[in-house]
Structure formats: C-alpha cells, structure tokens
Ligand binder design. Structure first.
Ligand code: DAH
Length: 339
C-alpha cells in the first residue's frame, strides 16, 4: 500500500492537461467512483490496525495533493481559453441606450426659450390651487360655467380647493407678490374634468404669458406674438387675430397662424381655411389688475395663453392626444433634441 501511495504521489506531480476536459478526465481517473485513489481508500479497511495511523496520513496527503493539482490544471485551462477568445470582460453587461426628452418638454423648452430672449422670466405656481387664484381673481363671475363640476376637479369635494384648470392662475400668483414692470412666462400642467379621447384629456399643459407696465398696448402684444409665431413655425408664418371673449382680458382675441403645412393655400389639416388657431390673448382687464393689487390707472398689460399639446401637434402632427401620456417607447424615441 505504501509503495502504491508513493508511486501515485510521484505520478501526480507531472500531471498535465491541455484543456478543461482533460483535467476532468484526470479527476475521474484518480478521484472518480472507480478511480485509483478511491480504490486505495476502499482498501484502507484491510490495513492492519498498527499501520492504520501512518498509512491513513499518507493517503490523506495524497488525496489533497491530487485535488489541488487538478484544480490548478482546471484554472490554468480556463485562463488560457479566455485569453484566446475575443470576449471583452471590461465591457458593461448590456448596452445602455440614451433616453430622449418628452415631446411636450421639447416644445415647452422652445416656447420658454423664445420668450426669454424677449425679456420674459420664468414663473410657476401650484397645480392644486384655490378658487381665488384660478377664477375669482381672474374676473370669473360666481356663476361662470367653468366653475362647474363638469369642468373643474375639486379636492375631496372641498368647494375652495381645486386642480387648476388653466395657467392664468399663475398671473394672480405673480401680481400679488410683484409690482410692475412684470414680464413672465408660466408653463405648467392643468386639469379639466373631460372624458379621455383622442382629442381631449383630463390633464394637459399650457404656457401663460403676462406683461404689465406703463403704456403697454395691443400693438406690443401683436408684435411679440408675431415674433413668437415666426420663431416657432418659420419666418414666413403670418398671424391673424380674431375678436373673442375671456373674463380676464378686454379686449380679447384668438390668434391663428397661416397653416404651415400648406403655406396658407388650404389643406385637410387647416380644414381648407389656410389658418390654424394657436392661442388666446388680450389686454389684461383692469378689474383683474385691481383684484390683484395693481393700480389700473397707472398700468396696463397684455396676457396670452396657449396649449403645449396644441403647438406640439402643429409641429409634429400627433394625431392622438393620449400618445403624450402613454409612455410608449416607440413614440418617445421619435423625438430627439439637442437641449
Ligand atoms: N386661460 C385660457 C384658457 O385656458 C387661455 C388664455 C386666453 C390665457 C387668453 C390668457 C389669455 O392669458 O389672455 O383657455
């Protein structure tokens, strides 16, 4: 037995394997169920009691030596295999794709950027508002239909706390804290109690503009809106103003731009009129100035408000409003922006 152990001991020192399979074959040869060392372990039973201690120790040393040698061979085979392959172990495990900005964010940024170049600064207000800032201070009569539950979301049926239904509320927030000159642009989300469809949603986005100073006139408003339209939709864009009504402006108007798809000739997009509506505007009603602590005998101002979804639709022809809030990656990936 001792002889056999010594023979195997010298044999394993010179063991070699070209690859992992050969190393495994060696493991089976020595340590497998019918392996040479396993056989020796089984024979150990027959060793006379007085030799058991010495031979047992030698056997254990042999077994550990074989195990170590085979592990060594396996590791070496693995390293060799990796070195020969083209796998780059330093790469990240999966490709990281870049996100894109949401189309509404891209358009909002563009609108804010155009007006900031005209001297407007950013102002924001809360989405959960009170009746005063959304309606009363904006000169809505107590029985105005917009205050109705069909249009407005109330917070836990509290009659005074609502989700703002337009960004005109930010006008009131700015006026109550600041004396003129005021020149602000106010983007934000608004809510209306509407059934969701391709053409309406219970939330959407607006940008409000407000300019109050001495001697501000309707001409100033018109010039600023023309500049905006041409920056947003191209230098050939024309505008027209149609008389309209809003509680917070007097006189009020709605602004159309010449259809940028057909250049004003008439197409199905502009319903063959050559014009598409983009915003509401007007001179701030003196009653609004007074309600918000601004002397209407000294100051005048203009205001305008537009839907960001509407502007985005005009730019990108998004047919269904729901696309903006579904977060479908295929839709979002179509928009890329530099900023
Ligand atoms: N608040 C109006 C709306 O939600 C939009 C609007 C129209 C805002 C005229 C204005 C304005 O500031 O002057 O439909």
């Amino acid at each position: 037995m001792t002889e056999k152990i010594e023979k195997l001991m010298s044999e394993i020192e010179s063991l070699a394997a070209k690859n992992a399979e050969e190393a495994e074959a060696l493991r089976i040869k020595y340590l497998g169920k019918k392996g040479e060392i396993t056989a020796l372990m089984n024979d150990f039973r027959n060793v006379p009691a007085e030799q058991k201690r010495e031979i047992g120790q030698k056997l254990n040393i042999l077994k550990t030596a074989v195990q170590n040698k085979i592990n060594e061979l396996k590791e070496a085979a693995e390293v060799q295999q990796n070195a020969g392959s083209s796998v780059d172990l330093t790469r990240t495990p999966y490709p990281v794709s870049l996100g894109t900005r949401h189309p509404l964010t891209i358009v909002k940024n563009e609108i804010v950027d155009i007006f900031s170049r005209l001297g407007f600064t950013l102002a924001e207000g809360p989405e959960v508002e009170d009746d005063w800032h959304v309606y009363s201070s904006m000169n809505f009569a107590d029985d105005h239909p917009a205050r109705d539950m069909q249009d407005t979301f109330f917070v836990e049926s509290h009659p005074d706390i609502i989700l703002r239904s337009h960004t005109s509320s930010v006008q009131a927030r700015v006026m109550e804290k600041t004396q003129p000159p005021i020149r602000v642009i106010c983007p934000g989300r608004v809510y209306r109690n509407e059934a969701i469809s391709a053409r309406a949603h219970c939330f959407f986005h607006q940008v409000e503009g407000l300019y109050i100073d001495k001697n501000v006139s309707f001409t100033d408003l018109k010039q600023v809106l023309l500049l905006f339209a041409q920056e947003m939709f191209g230098p050939d864009t024309k505008i027209r103003l149609r008389p309209s009504y809003f509680p917070f402006t007097e006189p009020s108007a709605e602004m159309d731009i010449s259809c940028h798809l057909c250049g004003g000739k008439g197409c199905s997009f502009c319903k063959h009129t050559g014009w598409v509506e983009i915003l509401g505007c007007g001179m701030v009603d003196p009653a609004v100035l007074e309600a918000n602590g601004i002397d209407s005998t000294i100051y005048t101002g203009y205001a305008f408000g537009m839907g960001i979804e509407r502007i985005t639709n005009l730019k990108y022809q998004v047919k269904d409003l729901r696309m903006f809030s579904e977060n479908d990656i295929r839709f979002l990936d179509e928009f890329t922006s530099a900023n």
